[in-house]
Design a protein around this ligand. Structure first.
Ligand code: ADP
Ligand code: MG
Ligand code: ZN
Length: 543
């Protein structure tokens, strides 16, 4: 009774929902025996996630998240995602798995449901203490998966569920994960990108992705994620396509939430900063890329058609495979051709070594992404970088970390970057305080650039605005901030200000020190998850 009421409510909100639910019940009939699906809670290009309830033997009702993977996903990719959840999940803020249903090419992963807050909704109301706890819990999850030799590769707020009230956290979505050379996740040994098989200098602190296990050549060819084989400009070419097409193309990017803004033209590409990556077969700069994009779309259509044809399964549809209802992937399934282009993470969260296509990527790439989340939390701006392609993302990193520094770091991992203009790095504390609206410092030209970048977002999304004063006192205090904060002699006003600022006026320098270590341009020296948990900023926290 209660359930059907719930469902009715949802149906009023989303008329297409009923149809989607019915289709899912039809595709995987076993579901209807156990679950009452009530809502859709996530929809990307590669999966739909539903909320469902089930009656337990005890008589109690429990909520579950049902992740329905698109039927075109490679079986090996699906199996690897599941194995990450089953082996590493269920502990230390890593999402676990309860069950998995399959019928033909439809796979549904059943997870415990964690109700969570929308990052953008809460970003500007979090206290500094909450931010510290959030980061501690994220780093704990990363330590856990890295200890299993899993590189998540898509660390961002929509993949780190946060229930503010219950102080519960869960890292989800291993759809892009890769294994380190010594990964404990067997299936990640075969889900390797070709680029990672060409491993060079070993990195002792961070664990490198790569493959020691011998991969049968036919498997390696169909390996699910192989970004290196794709032309390095192909991502930008796809993302620039406007409108709904980005959801339907074979190589479409994933958009879950919050990522919409990534398609806004970056103000950096409008400035006359030209970033080029040399040592590539193609050298392109940010400005000329726009022209080339038009031509490329035409050729990509032909390419997509070709892929689609080749992508049709080589196995007759009536042939029952040998792994049905087992925990293995049989040779029939392994021989199925990949139907979707490899997925890519979100440019704004990608580490410099990922943006420059460095072949030996390590667990350090997740640490960079955690740094970008921390930067959002400290500055109150999300998304912090909104680049539609890798080179724009690199240009945006330079405005924060400096162009010389970025070029120098890239040189260490064997990449040459050309930049037309020298951009100085910024002091992270000053930058965050100013973006949050609690600093009295005069912004530099480079900082103003950051402001203009964020103004674009603010217009698009009002929620993204700076700390909004709640009460009249807060308003006047904030207005007087530059006075009170810098040379105040009124103790009462200051203490009131302190209370209303939720600790933002007392952010310890250690926080910015950790941010600096996470956003280390050099992956070899970048802080590890294990080290970061021991950082002084977390001194009072329990491991
Ligand atoms: P995708 O690969 O399509 O990004 P995700 O695994 O990231 O799929 O799930 C998409 C969204 O669904 C998440 O951002 C989250 O909002 C929701 N979700 C996923 N798993 C759960 C879960 N176990 N509990 C609650 N919500 C979930
Ligand atoms: Mg996701
Ligand atoms: Zn099979």
């Amino acid at each position: 009774m209660f359930l059907s009421c719930l469902l009715m409510e949802e149906l009023k909100r989303n008329p297409g929902l009923k149809e989607d639910i019915e289709k899912l019940y039809e595709a995987v009939p076993q579901l209807s025996k156990v679950f009452q699906i009530t809502d859709k809670i996530g929809e990307g290009t590669f999966s739909s996630v539903y909320l469902a309830t089930a009656q337990l033997i005890s008589g109690n009702e429990e909520k579950f998240a049902l992740k329905h993977l698109i039927p075109t996903s490679h079986p090996l990719r699906i199996a690897a995602e599941l194995q990450c959840l089953t082996v590493a999940g269920g502990q230390d803020n890593v999402m676990g798995v309860k069950h998995c249903f399959r019928k033909n090419d439809h796979v549904v992963i059943i997870m415990p449901y964690l109700e969570h807050d929308d990052f953008l909704d809460i970003l500007n109301s979090l206290s500094f203490e909450e931010v510290r706890e959030y980061m501690f819990n994220l780093l704990k999850a990363l330590k856990r998966i890295h200890s299993f030799g899993i590189v998540h590769r898509d660390v961002k707020p929509s993949n780190f569920l946060f229930n503010r009230q219950l102080k519960k956290y869960a890292l989800v979505d291993f759809g892009l994960a890769q294994g380190t050379s010594d990964t404990k996740i067997e299936l990640l040994k075969v889900v390797q990108s070709e680029s990672q098989q060409r491993s060079c200098s070993q990195n002792k602190r961070h664990r490198m992705t790569g493959n020691r296990a011998t991969v049968p050549p036919e498997l390696a060819q169909q390996s699910v994620a192989k970004p290196a084989v794709r032309p390095w400009w192909s991502l930008s070419q796809i993302q620039i396509k406007p409108g709904k097409e980005e959801f339907s193309g074979l190589s479409a990017q994933r958009f879950v939430f919050g990522e919409r803004n990534f398609n806004i033209k970056s103000p950096h590409s409008q400035q006359n900063v030209t970033v080029r990556l040399t040592k590539q077969t193609k050298v392109m700069d940010v400005e000329s890329k726009k022209l080339l994009t038009k031509k490329k779309i035409v050729s990509s259509k032909t390419l997509n058609n070709g892929t689609a044809r080749r992508g049709t399964t080589t196995v007759p549809s009536n042939l029952t495979c040998e792994c049905y209802a087992t925990d293995r992937v049989c040779s029939i399934c392994l021989s199925r051709r990949q139907q979707v282009a490899p997925r890519a993470g979100t440019p704004g969260f990608r580490a410099p070594e990922v943006l420059t296509k460095c072949p030996n990527q390590t667990t350090a790439i997740d640490m960079w992404s955690a740094g970008i989340i921390f930067l959002s939390l400290l500055s109150g701006r999300y998304p912090f970088f909104k680049a539609s392609d890798d080179l724009s993302a690199l240009a945006q990193i330079m405005t924060i970390r400096g162009s010389k520094e970025t070029i120098q770091a890239a040189k260490r991992f064997g990449k040459s970057i050309l930049c037309s203009k020298e951009i100085p790095g910024q002091d992270l504390k000053t930058l965050c305080e100013r973006l949050r609206g609690i600093s009295c410092a005069e912004p530099t030209a480079n900082e103003l650039e950051q402001d203009s970048m964020h103004l674009t977002v603010s217009e698009e999304n009002k929620k993204e605005d700076m700390l909004i004063p709640q009460t009249h006192e807060e308003q006047s205090l904030l207005q007087n901030c530059s006075l009170e904060h810098c040379h105040s002699d009124s103790k009462t006003e200051i203490s009131m200000f302190t209370v209303n600022m939720k600790g933002w006026d007392r952010v310890p320098d250690e926080a910015y020190n950790l941010l600096d270590k996470l956003l280390d341009l050099n992956p070899v020296t970048r802080i590890t998850a294990e080290e970061s948990l021991l950082h002084p900023v977390f001194e009072t926290m329990q491991l």
